[in-house]
Design a protein around this ligand. Structure first.
Ligand SMILES: Cc1cc2nc3c(=O)[nH]c(=O)nc-3n(C[C@H](O)[C@H](O)[C@H](O)COP(=O)(O)O)c2cc1C
Length: 187
């Protein structure tokens, strides 16, 4: 099963990177599949460690999809890394193998520490709709514009029916970003 997470990694110069990543879930190990051009991939290669967060604030997915946002952190316990202070739970992982076959790597990592900061309350349809929209925002260069527009319309209905303030804010941010980004596939 793939769980949509927020992954923090540390660059060689000490910069914190924060990115949404779908992760193959396991009880003692995880598999990350960052594309080779991502900072997450570069940092996993150099630091051989990451912190994988379960978080219900979809604004972090929205901002992380379109930028490298900064949030309050606390030091990880067993790896060189930082834990997002507002996450629900986190896994600290050590990389055990990296397959860098293009275009997408396969990084197998052992869970060396797990922590919980607060309860994950439950599923919300608007949150899922924001996560879909965040994924589209990272694939605008390969998706037809008509498809993206029809999905925005469909997903906005779900957001309008079921969102709280965080989901409304995240959806508005992504919609503005998508609408302001020229579609490279459109002449
Ligand atoms: C929910 C979600 C899941 C994602 N999963 C992946 C993934 O598994 N691999 C990947 O390379 N990018 C994935 N992305 C896209 C990256 O988050 C995006 O390209 C990001 O800009 C990469 O950040 P980085 O260069 O800071 O590592 C995902 C985006 C979202 C919103």
């Amino acid at each position: 099963m793939i769980i949509e997470t927020i992954v923090t990694t540390i660059a060689e110069d000490g910069t914190l990177n924060c990115a949404p990543m779908g992760v193959e879930w396991g009880s003692d190990h995880l598999v990350l599949k960052p594309f080779l051009e991502t900072a997450t991939y570069r940092n996993l290669v150099s630091a051989r460690a990451a912190v994988v967060h379960v978080i219900d604030d979809v604004r972090v997915f929205a901002r992380g999809a379109i930028s490298n946002p900064s949030y309050p952190t606390v030091p990880a316990s067993l790896v060189r890394g930082l834990v997002l202070a507002d996450c629900c739970s986190w896994r600290e992982v050590q990389v055990r193998s990296i397959d860098s076959t293009p275009p997408r790597s396969r990084v197998e990592a052992t869970i060396v520490h797990t922590g919980i900061r607060r309860e994950f309350v439950g599923f919300n349809r608007a949150a899922a709709a924001v996560i879909e929209t965040a994924i589209y925002s990272t694939r605008l260069h390969i998706l037809p514009r008509e498809f993206v527009e029809s999905e925005l319309t469909r997903l906005q209905v779900i957001v309008d029916k079921t969102a709280g303030p965080n989901e409304l804010e995240a959806m508005a941010l992504l919609t503005a970003y998508i609408r302001s980004t020229a579609n490279p596939s459109t002449p």
